[in-house]
Ligand binder design. Structure first.
Ligand code: MN
Ligand code: MN
Length: 462
């Protein structure tokens, strides 16, 4: 095992780390949905001179070395492009992270009353241990689009004066049967409904008076009807802010760090590296947690279409240039990996595991059951990565998620790799991944940002 990264830090490192972490916590606290992340990212990039690709197209502007543009789709995925000096068909340096996180989504007909209690029905999103989502303060974040096209933004539960919501759990006194169940069904998906009210509407002759009262409040505060939930995207997420974790404050506890920790550090690297030789790209996508399918996911044409638009605005678009640009690109799929957890040592293989405080973690491959579903980065590419990371003194480790046949998982890496570009997974190790409150090491976050900067600055990949 290499040296613990904390031992190598100067006071200057620690100061820079503090500044990065402060920004990161703000990003987490204000980015609990894809849409909130996209809005924050575009806001930050504008301050660094990024202009909208839509404006470039509409104005017939030409992109050249030094041009900085962004494109977004559906409000849920966004790309930033910084045009380099070298011919674009020599390839791009691409960072790609996802900004969706596991959560509970409100169903389209969510509201019901049972025994004078009002609930909202949910359908969980992504891989969760359902029993972790009960008896926690939860917040509602999202957007309702009314029939006239107007948007109503919902954000309830984050302000300390806001109410919160939650899923109840059975009292231990009556849990004899429940506690005999397997973990996967101790709490069942259909039972992850959030309690939202218990007070009946006074002097009403409707049947469900508690529900009627909730609808009245929603009408007063947001001017929405019950039917408007049909075209809503409301995410139920842990309420509250990210916090320093540990007596030594060496860690962060926060919701959605998979994969917003890599998204934030990728964005910071993108904005810090001003002048580039190879055109640099940072792409932030939705729907990774459900398999990167559908619009706004890495599996959609958003990425390729945007690169085509950029080539068009450079006066370089044709079929072969687009293909060469993509095939000659190098990519880091910036996504998190499991951190070694001594409490669950049996699922890890100690020589190929990511340790807290040992820096950013590369995965040559991911996958499950014999690397299935993985992108396996080529040895030549991995060798080059080793060299540039060592040259820039980035602390990194090479790991797998866990023991062979213990389980596994995938990232977006295999999707851009289909263009025949080199892609490698690289991100921050996480404890309690996919739990409502995940834990990361500040040192690893700091190293991730350095790693991504080094990657974007890389001029030649030979
Ligand atoms: Mn992830
Ligand atoms: Mn995940």
């Amino acid at each position: 095992m290499k040296e613990n990264t904390w031992n190598t830090y100067t006071d200057e490192d620690l100061e820079m780390m503090d500044a990065l972490i402060q920004g990161y916590k703000f990003f987490l606290d204000n980015g609990k949905t894809e849409r909130e992340c996209v809005r924050q990212m575009i806001g930050a990039a504008k301050q660094y001179g990024y202009v909208s690709m839509e404006d470039v197209i509409r104005g017939g502007h030409i992109l050249r070395h030094g041009s900085k543009v962004y494109a977004q789709t559906k409000g849920k995925a966004v790309m930033f492009i910084n045009i380099g000096l070298f011919p674009v068909e020599e390839g791009l340096n691409i960072l790609g992270a996802h900004i969706d996180s596991p959560r509970l989504d409100l169903k389209q007909n969510p509201l019901y009353e049972d025994t004078e209690l009002a609930y909202m029905d949910t359908h969980y999103y992504g891989g969760i241990k359902k029993y972790q989502w009960v008896t926690l303060p939860l917040a509602l974040h999202g957007t309702i689009v009314k029939k006239d096209g107007s948007h109503v933004e919902i954000n309830i539960g984050e302000d300390e004066n806001d109410p919160v919501f939650g899923v109840t759990d059975l009292l231990v006194h009556l849990s004899a049967k429940q506690l005999d169940k397997k973990g996967a069904v101790v709490v069942e998906g259909e039972n992850l409904d959030i309690l939202v009210g218990s007070r009946p509407l006074k002097d009403s002759d409707t049947k469900d008076k508690v529900k009627a009262n909730i609808l009245k409040l929603l009408k007063e505060k947001y001017d929405i009807e019950e039917e408007d939930f049909i075209s809503g995207e409301i995410e139920v997420v842990p309420a509250g802010k990210s916090r320093d974790f540990g007596l030594d404050r060496s860690m962060i506890m926060g919701y959605g760090q998979d994969d917003r920790v890599c998204a934030y550090t990728s964005l910071m690297a993108m904005l810090s590296v001003d002048e580039v030789m190879r055109t640099s790209v940072a792409v932030f996508v939705d729907k990774e947690e459900i398999g990167s399918v559908g619009a706004s996911s890495m599996g959609s044409r958003f990425f390729e279409n945007t690169i085509a638009e950029v080539l068009q605005a450079m006066g370089k678009l044709n079929n072969i240039t687009l293909r060469r640009t993509l095939a000659n690109s190098k990519m880091i799929s910036s996504d998190v990996n499991a951190a070694y957890d001594p409490a669950y040592a049996s699922v890890f293989e100690k020589n190929n595991t990511a340790y807290f405080g040992h820096g950013v973690v590369f995965n040559k491959y991911t996958g499950a059951r014999g690397k299935a579903g993985s992108n396996d980065a080529g040895a030549e590419y991995v060798a080059r990565i080793r060299r540039i990371m060592d040259e820039d003194k980035v602390a990194y480790q090479m790991a797998e998620m866990g023991k062979v046949d213990a389980g596994g998982g995938n990232t977006i890496a295999w999707i851009p790799a289909a263009y025949d570009m080199d892609v490698i997974d690289c991100g921050v190790p996480v404890l309690s991944m996919h739990a409502p409150w995940e834990v990361t090491s500040k040192a690893d976050i700091y190293e991730a940002e350095k790693c991504y900067e080094t990657f974007l600055k890389t001029k030649d990949w030979i």
